[in-house]
Ligand binder design. Structure first.
Ligand SMILES: [Fe+2]
Ligand SMILES: [Fe+2]
Length: 233
């Protein structure tokens, strides 16, 4: 079932090839990304060569800024969701290591988008403390409801975020500009990581959570609202 949902999300963007584990090198060729923050950080990520701002039209730049802002905010929220889940379930022998692995990936995602935000001089979301609190509350709250509810939270969040990254890839394809290629690779890679989290959540019993449908729909709506708000504010 996990694979079927994942395949559906991937097929939504079938024209874009899946890029796995290859972005760290490519992104660090252009972006400032500090080393050692997450397990995937590549050995050459200490590179801090400054690059000039993208040579884009005003319209392209506006689209790009909105994307980068919302992605950074989303990765921030994801970090705090996993922080909240780990605070409750981190000592669980089975779920704890899975949460830690996914959290490590989210730490890496955030680190990369922090670098992109500063490199391309994008205004970050003004709502950072709110996303942190909301993320932690969602993560800890669902974890307190049980392992399946925690996984249902991950399933719902990653379904929305996987679709969101797919939408962005479609938009990025419309921007015919060589400078966009690296960002596209990052978004592709992170989309793949999020869909792995989705697989993990379903495999770990997300859909056995009490009131799964209700919980899932509420979290999905919340995520969509957060995406819209953080693209603007
Ligand atoms: Fe992420
Ligand atoms: Fe994720």
């Amino acid at each position: 079932m996990a694979s079927a949902l994942r395949r559906t999300l991937l097929l939504q963007h079938a024209r874009i090839p899946t890029v796995r584990r290859a972005f760290s090198t490519s992104i660090t060729q252009r972006q400032t990304v500090s080393p050692g923050d997450a397990s995937q950080a590549s050995s050459d990520s200490s590179s801090s060569t400054a690059v000039p701002p993208l040579r884009l039209s005003k319209e392209q730049r506006e689209v790009l800024e909105e994307m980068i802002r919302v992605d950074q905010a989303g990765e921030l929220g994801a970090n705090w969701i996993y922080r909240g889940q780990y605070a409750v379930l981190g000592s669980d022998k089975k779920v704890g290591p899975l949460l830690q692995h996914m959290w490590d990936q989210e730490k890496h995602h955030l680190k990369v988008f922090d670098g992109i935000v500063s490199q391309y001089r994008v205004r970050p979301t003004a709502l950072r403390p709110i996303w942190e609190m909301a993320g932690f509350a969602l993560g800890a709250g669902t974890a307190l409801m049980g392992k399946e509810a925690a996984m249902a939270c991950t399933e719902a969040v990653e379904t929305v975020i996987g679709g969101h990254y797919n939408d962005q890839l479609r938009e990025l394809l419309k921007i015919d500009h060589p400078d966009i290629a690296e960002l596209r690779k990052v978004v592709q890679q992170f989309r793949d990581d999020e869909l792995e989290h989705l697989d993990t959540a379903i495999d770990q019993g997300a859909q056995r959570a009490p009131q799964h449908e209700l919980l899932s729909n509420a979290i999905k709506q919340g995520c969509k609202a957060a995406i819209w708000i953080s693209s603007k504010v």
